[in-house]
Each structure stands twice: as structure tokens, then as C-alpha cells.
Design a protein around this ligand. Structure first.
Ligand SMILES: [Zn+2]
Ligand SMILES: [Zn+2]
Length: 344
């Protein structure tokens, strides 16, 4: 089959490789569409500690079942359209024993430290397959993974309808988190983003965007929230200024959810705000399987309601030969929306 192989850091080769050979309990998926993600650049660059080479990257994907383990399964059939929850947990560590296998100490991520979906076929544990509803277009199903990241952040914040949400960072994850918050009934959703092109893109999708570098930004956000502040703050930027802004813009008893990996190990922010407003700080990492399924339901509802312009969320669909330039373009913030790769 044709695949994009990260042979060593910063070196991708698109070439013929042997078809994957599913192990016991694994299914073979013929890949339909795979999203290019900011983390693909960090994998490419060697920035992610668990990543390894050689590996076929690609963790955001949908496709059709091409083979099932011996005896098949009750709910799955060859030819069925599926998304894939790309996390394989060990089952024995503390996190797995406590029922949170998505924060497994030995987590294997399909497309990071085992072969993923920038290839015609990928082999995955059959229990990672998630059947797709017929009315969910392929292009939307391929967005389930990054939307699930935003969905999990909202769930970690215990977001209730009617609450105000501020998302810090307007890249794809921040924008998708804002769209999820709106779908979950947030009364007001604002995004803070320094890049003009990203602010314009968010605004074009009906999400209000603020420039955190403008001197009036905090005053504008306060005014927008009627002086009350934001109930939930989703921090996707990972920069000190982001978390510093979060504690200032927060309402009393607000929940601040961090999911943007920090560029520095320690963030600096004013802890006094945390005490005086009794803020809660929670981390959010990928998503549990059931929330990935709930995200697919949410996307189906959004397609039916027509309240997310999915056609404009996808900037382009390209072939495998364009993968490397797409990864670099995404990393530089050049693309307006997601790039999807069609490997077959
Ligand atoms: Zn991703
Ligand atoms: Zn584990």
C-alpha cells in the first residue's frame, strides 16, 4: 500500500510499504480521510516525547472496515463506515484501574507511537472502531477527533447551558471548542486570538473574537460579560499570557480548563485571583471513548441543524504527496481551516 512514513525526525517519505497485518483482536480499516493536525508538526519535528520513528502518522481519521478479527463482532461489518478512537490503553496502570484509560500511563496513540492513517490501510484494535451514522458526511466525520478534544474540555469544565465561555487561542482546537460550547448551550462564547486571520475566520463562523494584544481587551471582555466575567475558560494557547488572562477574565467560581501544552514547564499568573474568586483549575487530555461517541452525535445534530459551516471548516482535501507541505503550512498558521488527506 501507499503510505507516508516518518522515517526519522523531519523526514517524511511517501512510498510503498507492506499492508498492515492485524494482530489478534484487530480490524483493518481502509482509510477515507485523515486530518492534518498541529500535533503532526510536533511529531514530525520530534517534539513529542512518546513519538517514535519510523512511524506512519495520522490520528484524525475515518474510513471503512476492510477486515474484522476472526468471528467478527456483533455490531460491526466489513464495508461499514467508521471513525476510530485512536487511543490504546494498557489496562493495568493506576489510571486504567480507576476508569480513566485515556490518561493511561502507557498510552499508545494511533498515528503517534504506532502506525496511523496517512496510509491506504491502518490496523486498529476492533474495540476502537466507532460506527458512523449514515447522514454524517465523510468530511465531518474526519473532524470528530479535534472536535472531541473541545468536547472533553467542555465536559471537564462541567459546562451548563446559559454560562459564558471564553476560549483562549483561536487555532482549530480553540475554534472547535467554541463551536462545541455554543452547541452545548453556552450563552456567550468569545475567543481570544492574536492572529488577525484566525480572528477573521472565527468571526466568519459566528464566534466573536478578541485581540489579546489590544490594550482594551480585558475591559472589552468584562463589558461583554456585563461585568460578571466568564464562567468557563478553555485555555488552548499554552502561553503565560493566556493563563494570566484567564484568571482575570474569570467570574467567581469559574472553571479554567488547560489543554494547550505550555511552551515553558511552569506558567506565571496571579494566584490571588484564584483565591479571591475561588477558581477551579482542571486539566483536559484527549477524550474518553464515550465522549468521542457523544461528539459524533453532536456533529450529526449540527449537520441537521445547519449551524456549523462544515464546508468552510475544511480548507482543502489533498493527496498523500501533499502531506509534508500541508503539515508545514498548518504549523505556520497558513491554512484557513482544516486540511484533509485522502490517502487512497
Ligand atoms: Zn490532532
Ligand atoms: Zn494504563
Amino acid at each position: 500500500m501507499k503510505a507516508a512514513v516518518l522515517e526519522r525526525w523531519k523526514s517524511i517519505a511517501v512510498r510503498q510499504v507492506g499492508d498492515p497485518e492485524p494482530a489478534v483482536g484487530e480490524a483493518l480499516v481502509r482509510v477515507g480521510l485523515t486530518g492534518v493536525c498541529g500535533s503532526d508538526y510536533h511529531i514530525f519535528n520530534g517534539d513529542i516525547p512518546i513519538a517514535k520513528t519510523p512511524v506512519i502518522p495520522g490520528h484524525e481519521f475515518m474510513g471503512t472496515i476492510a477486515g474484522l478479527p476472526d468471528g467478527g463482532t456483533e455490531t460491526l461489518a466489513v464495508g461499514q463506515r467508521v471513525a476510530v478512537h485512536p487511543l490504546v490503553s494498557c489496562g493495568t496502570c493506576v489510571a486504567c484501574r480507576r476508569g480513566v484509560p485515556h490518561v493511561c500511563a502507557n498510552l499508545v496513540v494511533i498515528g503517534v507511537n504506532r502506525d496511523g492513517a496517512f496510509a491506504e490501510y491502518v490496523s486498529v484494535p476492533a474495540e476502537r472502531l466507532i460506527p458512523l451514522p449514515d447522514d454524517l458526511p465523510d468530511e465531518v466525520a474526519a473532524l470528530a477527533e479535534p472536535f472531541a478534544v473541545g468536547y472533553h474540555a467542555c465536559r471537564r469544565a462541567v459546562l451548563s447551558p446559559g454560562e459564558r465561555v471564553l476560549v483562549i487561542g483561536g487555532g482549530p482546537i480553540g475554534l472547535f471548542a467554541a463551536m462545541v460550547a455554543r452547541r452545548l448551550g453556552a450563552a456567550d462564547v468569545a475567543v481570544s486570538e492574536p492572529l488577525t486571520a484566525r480572528r477573521d475566520f472565527a468571526e466568519s463562523h459566528g464566534v466573536n473574537a478578541f485581540d489579546p494584544l489590544a490594550s482594551s481587551c480585558l475591559a472589552d471582555l468584562a463589558a461583554r460579560s456585563g461585568g460578571e466575567g466568564y464562567d468557563v475558560i478553555v485555555e488552548t494557547s499554552g502561553v503565560d499570557a493566556g493563563i494570566a488572562m484567564a484568571v482575570e477574565a474569570a467570574a467567581p467560581r469559574a472553571r479554567i480548563v488547560s489543554l494547550g501544552f505550555p511552551s515553558e514547564r511552569f506558567a506565571r499568573y496571579n494566584v490571588t485571583f484564584g483565591i479571591m474568586k475561588e477558581l477551579s483549575f482542571v486539566g483536559s487530555r484527549v477524550y474518553p471513548r464515550e465522549e468521542f461517541c457523544e461528539t459524533i452525535d453532536l456533529l450529526s445534530e449540527a449537520v441537521e441543524a445547519g449551524d456549523i459551516a462544515f464546508d468552510r471548516l475544511v480548507a482543502d482535501v489533498r493527496g498523500l504527496d501533499d502531506l509534508e507541505r500541508s503539515i508545514l503550512g498548518v504549523a505556520q498558521g497558513e491554512e484557513r481551516g482544516k486540511i484533509l488527506i485522502r490517502p487512497a
